[in-house]
Structure formats: C-alpha cells, structure tokens
Design a protein around this ligand. Structure first.
Ligand code: UD1
Length: 430
C-alpha cells in the first residue's frame, strides 16, 4: 500500500488548476442511462471513483471511453473527456461488489428504473463517517409509483408502466437523493415537484446537463425543482463544473503554510460560506482572471466557530481540512458537524501531531498551538486524509500518511500539484 511522505514547513507559492468536481461528474455519468444517445462529459477529474462508476456502467451494458485532454500551466494533464453511450442496457442489476467500492453507485437507481422500468441495486451500507441510509431515495421513488422491496441486501425496484410525476417533499436535505429523484422524474409521466431539494452547485450542474439533454426543469438553484417528464432524452456535451471542495482544500493549503496560491477555475459563488470564514480566520482572498488568489502570507490566524450545513452553508466536506488549519490559529475554535454523525476521525490523528482538541458530541473544541509536529498517521476517509496532508505541510519534520487510497478517491495529482508549488512531498509504493 502506498504511503505519502511530507517534510513540513515550506510556504506554498504557485498556481494550481482546480479539477472538475467529482461529486458533479458521478451523477452526470449516471445520467447517461437516461438516453440511447451518447453523452460526452469534459473536464472529468482523474480519480479512482470515476473508474469505479465506469466499471459499474459497463457492467450494465453502457460503453465508456476516457481520453486525456490538454496540458495545464504546470504541465499536468488537465481534464479528461468521457464518452458514454447507454444505447443498449443489457443488465439492470448493480451488484454488491461494485456498489460497495463507492456509495455514490446508488445514483444509477433512479435513471435505470425510469428508463428500464426495473432496477436492482445493492444497498450501499454504512461507511466510516456515518450510517448513511438511502431510505429517502427509496421513499421518493415509491412516491413516483415504483414498487420497491428490500431483500438479501438489495433494493429491487419496479415500475413496469413507468413512473408517474407527483409532488414529493424531502424530509431532510439529501444531495444524491435529490439527484436520483431528479433524474427519475425527467422520464416520468406528468409533472413532478421536488420540494426541499439540495442546492449544491453539483445539482445545478446536473440540472443544466439534463436541460441540454431535452429535460424540462424549472427552479434551478432553489429548494424546489419542477420537472415536466419527457418520453425520451437526447445526448449532449457537457463541461463539468469546478470542484469546490478541491478549491477550498487548496485555499486552506495556502493559508496553513502561510503561502500564496492562485487557484484557477475557482469562483467565490462555489463556496459562499467558506470564503468569508477563511477571511475571518485572517486569510486574504482576491479575485484574479480565471480564479482566486489565496494568501496566508504574514497572516496572524485567529480561531473561529464553524457549523456545517447543506449548501449554501459551510460544507461538511471541508470540515476536516479547516479543523487542521484551526489547530494552529490563535485562541479557541468550536466546530459543529450537523450532517454526519461520525466525521471527526481525523481528530485523534491531528492530536498525535500535537493538536489540542477535545470532542463534545457533535462538536470539537480546538485550542490553537504554535506548531504541529510530524508523525506517522492514518487516513480514515477521503476528506480526513487531506486534513492530515495539510497538517503535514505545516508540521515540523516528517509526516507519513498511510492508507493513501482514500485520498486517491477524490483528489487528482495531489503530490504533483503540491510539489509544483514548492511542497516536499512524495509517494512511496510499498
Ligand atoms: C453527498 C456527497 C458527499 C457530501 C454529502 C453532504 C456525493 C457523491 N457525495 O453525499 O461528499 O459529504 O453529500 O454534503 O455527492 N440521509 C438519510 N437518508 C437518505 C439520504 C440521506 O438519512 O435517504 C442523511 C445522511 O445519512 C446524512 C444526510 O442525510 O446524514 C445528508 O446526506 P446526503 O446529502 O444524502 O449525502 P450524500 O448524498 O450521500
């Protein structure tokens, strides 16, 4: 298993091209199941999760070809193009072996059911950060007329006469739940009103793509989406939105190392609650052509309080990374996690690097320290793993990160992007 070695203490300086969003690409890929025509996605990031979903789509009978695009300013390949075609769906079962590798595989349920009138998808099960049920996905599809039963760990869904448009109010905001219902409603008969939907930029990206595939959808960016079902959808070419979580993560990398990074592809509107919090900590942010310049140079970092919330609130997917930053900010910080019940697994690892943190239920209290110290640490989930990289970038001495496969699920070219900005980081294949 690979390990990442980091020598801390170097202020980062340079340019980082932000990739296309993983969490936008995955539902967009699932949307290929809604049409017989080809769907072409550009700005696709180079990530393990993309390959997991390609594997699943191919197993269902779709064709998929991935090609690398041009080279970016720091000579890394920039964006990939993914050609998908689900002309012939030969199998409507997503097996446990494929789904367990990546929970977002549940996104094939809505489109498969809507197009084929049946779908069998393994229940994803829990994951490290929480139990993460999919009961709302199931209730929503039942509401649109699907017959669903659970057996032997699988969701068996049927709608032989097709799905029927109806109003559905989400009892709580769910991102992939919204995406599943939205895609299914595009091929349902009549009008569906989805109320209390998630409003993440990745949802708007999916709505835009579905509209260019011929779907009729109103309410983009609001908490209610109105979908006029169509008999069929057509193919299109769609450019994936920038990854706001990668953007926020590298903004923190600039701040924590007291460096300065130009983050190309970054836009303030992608992380509206995050950037003001970063400024409150003492980091400066400036809009530049094609991106954002984030600087922690000469900054005196101050502790602040943060609560995670659905978009436009502070993203849970940036909670672990900002925790690492607040470990070296002066004074106290209180971080409250409201989305997932077990999303503080990075805390004990950060404490092994000298952080002073106490956990109180859904919150952690951080008392800022002058320095973190390098240690051998273990990645526990995707975002937590980058919080340890960030801590390693500022810690005195060497940090060794184990279980790097978590990182590879959601961040492309991590070492290359950081090395190009001066970091001493390398991957050791063991
Ligand atoms: C998505 C993101 C993930 C992010 C999360 C919250 C993708 C592929 N993943 O995950 O990176 O951390 O949004 O922003 O886009 N819930 C239920 N029942 C359901 C569905 C959800 O109880 O049927 C709960 C979950 O357990 C969680 C909360 O709702 O506590 C929000 O989860 P949700 O928005 O569904 O997360 P995902 O879509 O899985």
């Amino acid at each position: 298993m690979d390990k990442i070695h980091i020598q801390g203490g170097i202020p980062l300086k340079g340019v980082i091209q932000i990739a296309g969003a993983k969490n936008a690409t995955l539902p967009l890929m699932a949307a290929c199941l809604l049409t017989e025509d080809p769907l072409i996605l550009s700005n696709v990031p180079k990530l393990a999760d993309i390959h997991s979903l390609i594997h699943l789509l191919k197993d269902l009978g779709a064709e998929a070809t991935l090609t690398e695009e041009s080279t970016s300013s720091n000579s890394l390949p920039q964006g990939q193009t993914l050609n998908l075609s689900a002309k012939n769906i030969t199998n409507s079962k997503a097996s446990y072996d494929l789904v367990r590798k990546m929970r977002a595989s549940i996104l094939v349920l809505g489109p498969l059911l809507a197009r084929m009138g049946e779908a069998t998808v393994s229940l994803p099960g829990g994951c490290a950060i929480g139990t993460r049920p999919v009961d709302i996905h199931i209730k929503g599809l039942q509401h649109l007329g699907a017959e669903i039963f659970l057996e032997h760990g699988y969701i068996h869904a049927k709608a032989p006469q097709g799905l029927k448009g109806k109003d559905f109010t989400f009892p709580m905001v769910t991102v992939t739940g919204t995406e599943n219902l939205l895609m299914a409603a595009c091929l349902a008969k009549g009008t569906t009103r989805l109320i209390n939907v998630a409003r993440e930029p990745e949802i708007s990206d999916l709505v835009n793509c579905l509209i260019s595939m011929g779907a009729h959808i109103e309410g983009i960016g609001t908490d209610t989406l109105i979908i006029e079902g169509q008999k069929s959808l057509k193919g299109t070419h769609h450019h994936v939105v920038s990854d706001r979580i990668e953007l926020g993560t590298y903004a923190i990398a600039a701040a924590i190392t007291r460096g300065e990074l130009d983050l190309l592809g970054g836009k303030k509107s992608l992380i509206p609650s995050f950037l003001p919090k970063l400024e409150e900590i003492g980091v400066s942010i400036e809009e530049i052509p094609n991106g954002l310049r984030v600087s922690g140079k000469n900054a005196s970092l101050r502790g602040i309080d943060i609560t995670t919330d659905p978009f436009p609130g502070f993203p849970t997917d940036l909670q672990a990374q900002i925790t690492a930053l607040l470990c070296i900010a002066e004074g106290s910080s209180l971080i409250t996690e409201t989305i997932f019940e077990n999303r503080f697994m990075h805390v004990p690892e950060l404490m092994r690097m000298g952080a002073q943190i106490s956990t109180q239920g859904k919150s952690v209290m951080i008392r800022g320290v002058q320095n973190l110290v390098g240690a051998e640490v273990m990645a526990t989930d995707l975002r937590a793993s980058f919080s340890l990289v960030l801590a390693g970038l500022v810690a005195q001495g060497e940090t060794v990160l184990n279980r790097v496969y978590h990182l590879d699920r959601g961040y492309e070219y991590v070492e290359a992007k950081l090395r190009a900005c001066g970091a001493q980081i390398e991957r050791i294949h063991t």
